[in-house]
Design a protein around this ligand. Sequence first.
Ligand SMILES: Nc1nc2c(ncn2[C@@H]2O[C@H](COP(=O)(O)OP(=O)(O)OP(=O)(O)O)[C@@H](O)[C@H]2O)c(=O)[nH]1
Ligand SMILES: [Mg+2]
Length: 245
Amino acid sequence: MTSKVEMVSVVIPTLNEAGNILEAVTTIEKELAYPKEIIVVDGNSNDGTIEIVKDTTFCRLIIEPRRGYGIALKTGMKHAKGNIIVMVDGDGTYEVRHINRLVDRMVEIDADMVLATRMYDPKKAMGIMNFVGNKVITFFFDFFYSQFLSDTQTGFRAISREVIDKVELNEGDMAFATEMLVQFAKEGYSMVEIPTTYKARKYGKTKLKKFKSGVEIFSTIFRGLLDADEIRKAEKSWFKNRLRP
Ligand SMILES: Nc1nc2c(ncn2[C@@H]2O[C@H](COP(=O)(O)OP(=O)(O)OP(=O)(O)O)[C@@H](O)[C@H]2O)c(=O)[nH]1
Ligand SMILES: [Mg+2]
């Protein structure tokens, strides 16, 4: 779907990431070898993140006061001008030096989405709770949607702009990342992975509420299975069969 890169829009949500954001954006600015724009969507941080982003000359800063990871990403994507969108956290946990690999792969195989999986990280830096939760979610997602992903919770992805505009995304928080996969799988858009590494958070607090996000992610997976058209079709044939003499 994406055979030519006109521009890559990197969308980075931030909420109090003052100790992490500068390294992330300067690395992307230096490494990303395609025409680009870097959009930071900040949720009104009060730790200096906004000032740091403003001081860089190469970032576009958008303030999104509404809470939620999904809301921030959606807002950033709305402002993005590129035909490829790369989403990545501004928390220093992703190896943003690998950004070209995502885009290269996208072009090489004409993919609709390329995800950076952290599951083959030799250092196994992901916390045990996140690792197990991710594995369980990924198992259910792969099983029900016939996919072969290893890391459904990665926030480091390259996505075709044309395709993402075609799917409906309503989840406002962390389940946004899973909803995107559900919609892509249901519409038959291609999703492939490349390996990356993972770094533990050095500064600031996690915004992930494990229980709340877990419930929202599972309900996103199961709701996706209840396709309204399919249910209507099933209902019709159920009544037809029952009414047969
Ligand atoms: N603008 C905005 N950004 C957010 C919000 N919630 C989270 N983020 C950012 O989204 C990214 C992902 O959030 P994290 O707290 O790192 O969640 P996580 O990756 O599941 O947790 P860690 O294990 O701590 O990395 C980070 O860059 C956050 O700063 C929000 O409400 N608004
Ligand atoms: Mg994170």
